[in-house]
Design a protein around this ligand. Structure first.
Ligand code: 5GP
Length: 183
């Protein structure tokens, strides 16, 4: 699905499929250099990071392994508490591995802060973060993010893995959801 299929549902297209692919190619070139001969493990956080992991891994020229985690955040309504329940853990042992956590979007960063503490306790050789999107105004955490695709405005966006009520994850572009969709 591209934005022309649901053009009434978006107020603005922020990034097209082509812009996302071009940015991912740049990041992949950095990761190729930084992880040469390190056989990194890409850890995707389900469900949103599926598209990023699929495209980033294929843009790499080096070997990588992939594994997945699913987490749910305790909290009321739209407030994230920062306490995370692991719904699906990794299959791969992290000890001695070069781990790159791949995220779709970092908003408050609370969920990821908890996750990083958990992963760090498993003795990886290195542990870094790549996120496709970041909302800098909202970011409250104390996380160092090694690779960032694009910074976003503080608005609710959908597409490229990001959903609203289970929809729009398969939208190839990323855009701001029109208020009439959720009001
Ligand atoms: P936080 O960084 O606040 O702990 O949580 C990040 C999570 O909030 C993301 O993984 C994503 O599920 C959700 N999120 C934050 N901003 C947006 C947005 O603009 N659109 C969508 N679809 N999800 C968002």
């Amino acid at each position: 699905m591209d934005s022309s299929d649901i053009s009434d549902d978006l107020t603005t297209v922020l990034y097209t499929r082509e812009q996302i692919a071009a940015r991912l190619a740049e990041i992949a070139a950095e990761i190729d250099r930084d992880y040469k001969d390190k056989f990194p493990l890409l850890v995707g956080v389900l469900n949103g990071a599926i598209m990023v992991v699929a495209d980033l891994s294929r843009a790499l020229s080096i070997h990588c392994e992939m594994d997945w985690m699913a987490v749910s955040s305790y909290g009321s309504g739209t407030q994230t508490s920062g306490v995370v329940r692991i719904l699906k853990d990794l299959s791969v042992d992290l000890a001695g591995r070069h781990v790159l956590v791949v995220e779709d979007i970092i908003d408050t960063g609370l969920t990821l802060t908890y996750l990083m503490q958990n992963l760090a306790s498993r003795d990886p050789a290195s542990l870094k973060i790549m996120t496709m999107f970041r909302k800098p105004d909202a970011f409250k955490g104390d996380l160092e993010i090694a690779y960032v695709g694009f910074d976003l405005p503080n608005q609710f966006v959908v597409g490229y893995g990001l959903d609203y009520a289970g929809r729009y994850r398969n939208l190839t572009d990323v855009g701001i959801l029109a208020p009439h969709v959720y009001s």
